[in-house]
Design a protein around this ligand. Sequence first.
Ligand code: ADP
Ligand code: MG
Length: 723
Amino acid sequence: MEECRRKLAEFTDTFEVRPLDDDHLLPVADWPMSRVQRGEVLRDWEVRIRRRDQGWEKILAYSGWLIHSAHGEELAFVSTSDITERKRAEADLQEREEQLRLFVEYAPAALAMFDREMRYLSVSRRWRADHGLGDRELRGVSHYEVFRELPERWQAAHRRGLAGEVLREDDDCFERVDGTVQSVAWQVRPWHDPRGEIGGIVIFTEDITERKRVQETLRISEERLRLAVRVAAMGVWELQLPERVVTWSLEIFDIFGVPADSPQPSFEDAARFTHPDDRSRVEEQIVLLLAGKPIQVTYRIIRPDGELRWIEISAQAEFDASGQPVRSIGVIRDVTESRQLEAQFRQAQKMEAVGRLSGGVAHDFNNILMIITGYGDLLKEQLGSDERLRPMIEAILSAANRAASLTHQLLAFSRKQILAPEVLDLNSILADLGKMLPRLIGEDIDLEIIPGNGLGRVMADASQIQQVVMNLVVNARDAMPEGGRLTIETANAEWDDKHGREYGIEAKPGSFVLLSVADNGIGMDRETRAHLFEPFFTTKDVNKGTGLGLSIVYGVVKQSGGFIWVDSEPGQGTTFKIYLPRIEEKETIISATRVSPKSYRGSETILLVEDEPGVREAISHFLRAQGYTVLEANNPSTALEIAQEQSKRIHLLLTDMIMPEMNGRDLAKRLTATRPEMGVLYISGYIDRGIAGGTNIDAEMNFLQKPFGFDVLGRKLRDIPDR
Ligand code: ADP
Ligand code: MG
């Protein structure tokens, strides 16, 4: 016993015993051995035992009870096992589980872990938030109970996940518990238990609603930018420094006329497009750019096909922290067209000014010329047969005539000439011209005239329109020195805003008659097209071209309320399209005739029948002054008498339409019955079918509507006796 006590004392000095979850020392009386000796039965009582001198601590599990020996002795049977390691492992596991739980819970992703029956094991806060689940206790609750209408495709994904597959979808949508819809990306993957068997699945979801919105906004804004760049016909380029690597956008290839699949140009390549005259100017700007200044420069480039374009560059450079330029970004715009529009505008203003000036001069000049020729004529008459002075006065008169024809041209292009607008059928003008054009253009050129069907009428001066056609035809001839094809065509045409935009022409929409003159000659380059209508612009030799042809065309067409469109490329021929406003009149009142001779003089005999004495005297005075022989009658019966007495030829009957006894038409019938060679020209203040003889005025009838100018009459007369 003594021995026992000593040992115990030794024991208590060496060991400290504590319960597992408590830190206080157990008194010896509570030690496992003492408790067994007192008759307690212990089963796996776990205590912590520390050995003071060696410093270790162990967790021991005690089991023990009293047994009685065969000799009746009481023996304490105690077994201990060291469970230190197991306990530590358990604690570690718990801690790790806790860590994992926290890890899952606080994960910035939405994830949830399910068992094989799709019951929740754990979820992240994000999962709760994303799916609108609040703080609801989820552990052990079935996923399908939480989301009662989970789409079949997801249920299928869960099944496949549980069968071991890993699935993912980057763009899906999901209806939350509260009914709102979100865009999601998701993944399903199985997890394995310690035995290696599938314990369930983990689902990971990502709310991509915002990302998609941002992407969509970005896409729209990029699209918008692209569109804006395209609409502005802009190209974007980047210059990487110091390597000097250039990147062009597709539009620039287009602007520079380089195939879109060509490699990106080097800086030097890009610079080579610059027009030699503009190079130094561009280089100066680049120096400024690299010094940090935003630049804008407009200059010319020469495209590989030789075409010259004006471009405008705006650019800015970016610098690194040390102030070195790292790159420059800029935009390029093709401004050729707008420069042309500007030029056209300036051109129009210039033509206007020159036109006003020359028109004013010509007008005053004409008055002076009238005095010169008037008195000249008088003098000539009074000189009689003075052979000495006659050639002088004739020289004066012929010079005055030349001057008059010059002012006539000036007036044509200043659009200030006195027009005699008539209702015209362009087809009959062409038919008449057609007879003489072949002589004008020579044998090497095939002429085709295609009159349009049911062609509308225009209001214009016949001789001016003839002038227009002649000028265009002469130009076409000059453009085809080796021969070619000349096509003159007429057609009705409607002009609407769409055409205007397409052709870049500002014209009021409406109905027009189109006169088109097309050749397959040398064509024109951009430069020529730009100056075409300018007075005195010519590309021909000094004694060949005057540069007035097209300016006259321009003046006449403008004054007739029409407009011109030109289509021409070098080597591709030229088409002039002239649009004249279409009018409603059905009848040809005056059929257009041949090019008017400069003078209206004639020597033929004319029978003039007119019941208005004032009108008759005025006309007869004019006719006599022009050299005609005039037989006057104040009514049809006198006319018939005169015709009977007259033995010589009467070339023309010039008769009023409406007279008391007999209308002009019936008079003409009676007279031409005996004098078939006689021409007839009707004049009348009326153009009414009934009065014009009960039938339509047909195109063959020569007809002048009062009031008319004597120049018109004179021109008309020169035409008829020739028939
Ligand atoms: P001109 O014929 O006296 O030179 P125009 O005013 O008639 O003057 O024409 C001006 C210029 O327009 C011509 O010199 C020529 O360069 C060009 N041109 C006109 N018509 C044609 C055409 N059909 N084909 C090619 N070039 C033309
Ligand atoms: Mg010409």
